[in-house]
Ligand binder design. Sequence first.
Ligand code: FAD
Length: 388
Amino acid sequence: TSSHAELVIIGTGMAGIGLARALRRQGDQRSIMLVSADSGDDYSKPLLSTGFAKGLAPEQLAQRSATDLGEELNAHMVIHTQVTALNVDNQTILLEDGMVLGYDALVLATGAAPRVPFSIEPSIAQRCFTINDLDDYRRFHTALGQGPARVAIVGAGLVGCEFANDLHAGGHRVRLIAPEGTLLPRLLPPPLGNALGDAFSEAGIHLHLARSIDSIAAENGEDIVLRLDNGDAVSADLVLMATGLTPRTALAESAGLNVSPSGIVVDRQLRTSHPNIYALGDAACVDGVNAMYVQPLQASAKALAATLAGAPTPVSFGAWPIVVKTPLLPVVAYPPTNTPERWRIEGEGGDISALAENKDGRLIGFALTGGCVRRKVELSRAAPALLG
Ligand code: FAD
């Protein structure tokens, strides 16, 4: 029946769908139910920050509707439905509509939620956005409308920089505001962050770095005005907040599973602290690591599919660099997990390579811009695995 499945997966992001696909690919016949708070459409999240330049409508980003996905995977899809509680003793989950579903095994693939560090007044909430799934993209796409819009992006991390580049390429007027002094502060040492900043500025993206926001309010009836700590005022039609992501751990935590600020705590076999409950993707902290990008979740899906099929398989993560989608200046980074002893930085203009070394002179991470990104493969081979 539809109120019980041998495997229930909460979340239809790349982690949840990836796991269901990996299981079916290996011939697994068990009943699978996928439950999602969003539309359940199959889409590639990394493409969200490339869609505005290409003028892609939201429908063009959905590779498959939830209905088609359910058919492909021979899975029962429960969409636009929040799971509100988990009862580990009865092996059931509670849905927002009051329905109770039973499972033999449960997988938490609940992803991470945008974190907005300040409160937004209701009067402007309709014009302040985060984009972390296809539904968000749909709303922002509608709000942008036809003509060029003035977009203020808050945040200088991967999401903020990619949307800045993409919206700029799509013809919009972009300003980027962040408290840090350089772009991509967690991925790039300052000289490389500056190189990306120069490429953005030369293209006409206006940067307000090392600035905090004192207020965001509607002024003159129309404009949203962001007032900065140095007295500057940035006027915008829309605000896009790219101020970080927090793993969604609430469901697991209230059911008594071990969680940390980095995610739902799982071992190398993606097992939580409770039998028959697993986690992967942005929600999970695997043996101390929550990488929050695609390759680790794909490796996790493959390993977990094998484990669920009866062959316990620990996952490992290679030295997989992050390719930042900023065509104005290509960036590749494999940030060191520990603070390096030194950064060895070479190159000029936009073509810079930075090698992070420990005190024994060993390569422990790297960052590359412009023409230097071609060193990606060579350096990945020399760097230590993320989770070896
Ligand atoms: P999500 O995609 O967040 O899915 C979580 C799912 O859980 C959703 O279906 C949600 O509805 C559901 N859910 C959560 N809580 C509940 C609940 N209580 N009840 C029911 N359902 C629930 N990574 C790369 O490697 N390369 C890139 O180029 C790249 N670009 C990116 C660009 C952008 C703009 C963003 C935001 C991220 C990018 N990433 C990139 C990161 C990558 O996309 C993510 O790591 C990955 O998509 C996470 O997938 P997930 O399935 O773990 O989580």
